[in-house]
Design a protein. Structure first.
Length: 119
């Protein structure tokens, strides 16, 4: 993925990924309630996402449609995180995650299954 989205832009994308296509005015209303943004801030960020090719504007009513899937953004952000903070070593990321919190038996079993499927 060549599109780099900032945290503020991801707030807009998360709404679209969760709710589906939505009018810009409704995105602005939701973000005003959630994070206190004014309408102009939200519209500026929506327009920035449109310019980057992450959102498509559909008329009438300025309906916003996500052009990139959430999984694609998650993959790109994860790759960047691993590269930037863990020198490209996925196992270092997992070691850090596993040492930070107590996993339930169910979570451990899911991880075992994932590793087994990769073998």
């Amino acid at each position: 993925m060549d599109i780099k989205l900032f945290d503020s832009e991801l707030k807009i994308m998360n709404i679209l990924w969760q709710e589906g296509d939505m009018a810009a005015k409704n995105i602005a209303k939701q973000l005003k309630e959630e994070v206190g943004w004014n309408v102009n801030t939200t519209y500026t960020l929506i327009k920035r996402c449109i310019k980057k090719g992450a959102i498509e504007r559909q008329d009438p009513n300025f309906i916003c449609h996500a052009l990139i899937p959430k999984e694609e953004v998650q993959d790109a952000e994860t790759e960047e995180l691993i590269s930037k903070l863990y020198s490209g070593c996925t196992d270092k990321l997992f070691a850090t995650l596993l040492s930070r919190r107590k996993l339930s038996a169910e979570e451990i079993e899911r991880l075992r299954q994932m590793v087994k499927e990769l073998e």
